[in-house]
Design a protein around this ligand. Sequence first.
Ligand code: PLP
Length: 427
Amino acid sequence: MKDTNDYIELDKQLLWHPYTSMTNPSPHFLVDHANGCEVTLATGETLVDGMSSWWSVIHGYNHPKLNQALKNQIDDFAHIMFGGLTHRPAIELAETLVNIAPQGLTRVFLSDSGSVSVEVALKMAIQYWNTQGHPEKQFFATSRSGYHGDTFAAMSVCDPVNGMHGLFSKALTSQHFVGAPPTGFNTPLDPSYLEEIETLFKQHHEVLAGFIIEPVVQNAGGMRFYNPRYLDEIRALCDQYNILLIFDEIATGFGRTGKMFAADHCNISPDLMCVGKALTGGYMTLAATLTNDKVALGISDNDGVFMHGPTFMGNALACSVANASLELIQSNDVISKVNQIEGWLNKHLSRCATLSNVKSIRCLGAIGVVELNTPVNLHEIQPKFVEKGVWIRPFGKLIYLMPPYIITEQEIEKLSTAIFDVASELG
Ligand SMILES: *Cc1c(COP(=O)(O)O)cnc(C)c1O
């Protein structure tokens, strides 16, 4: 029989993990089971989860209602092709998404992952302008410090420095970048930033199909918060220059920033919106691209059809668990809970401000960020967090928390104390 060490050895030999080397991988810990906010390792340690498995497991692990939704669906059918056939779980999901989404987003395209939903949004924007007599509009504008996924078109709109542009420069489409939005959720607008965007639009609007941005919080590109009023202004500029506005809500959707969608912090709707990550409560991979009637009907002009159709489009298990997750969101007043978590994060992370290697601390909704002066070494820091009984996975200079919404204040305190202790050991 294989023991834990055998499995860990085999894992190192056989499996790629995200962004790791095959010869010198950072340590990976074998999970036995997970429940609520706790992850239990095969070695017996139980860790408080500060990551929600990359921001997706919003209701915690092993949730009875989510489990039951999958059990019910699997006895009907697990999956059925979406070409020529349809099913209640997908229809119900689309209905709920349209009901909770920013006004005007009325049509839903289901896909397998966040990156694919971004590809779909970009393709929709290009196809829209094509049927409207502007086939030259095939490029995108975006801000620096963004992250939109790891597939090719998504990579092309990720931050050119943090992202993978260096490696793939010849294979990636050259897009048009403006600076990252100035930081600070409450910092007054800097008009020069909007001028920079307008200058770019003025110069290149003839080839620009869309402007894509993560609303209010830039996530994997640096955990940066910015004033939602920028989005109101960007909407106006997009309208003025005939550019579609695309919101990537894959990380921010479903309550994470203290509103159902980050877009709800501002007064406008995008033309297209991508959701993913927390859509199924972190149970299965599923994403969606929502559009307004203008784009959906425009693409369909002159017998146009939208040219995308993944094999696992509208997977019934994934739609069923997404429906159960959305029901929990709607019946549990998740938004007040997230606002309460924001208070706890502020209270317990603030202690880190006294450390000399901490540059800044910022919290918004159920996101708490401690930014260090220098990047962390994952090989060194990851085992330290595990020793302290928490699951926290920093990147670059950022140690952050995005816990499940069911977390308690005591657990936030434990996570925050671990960050304080580990950061002080880094010296
Ligand atoms: C995670 C993420 C993606 C990519 O989603 P995957 O499901 O990993 O393909 C895209 N955009 C944002 C904002 C994300 O956080």
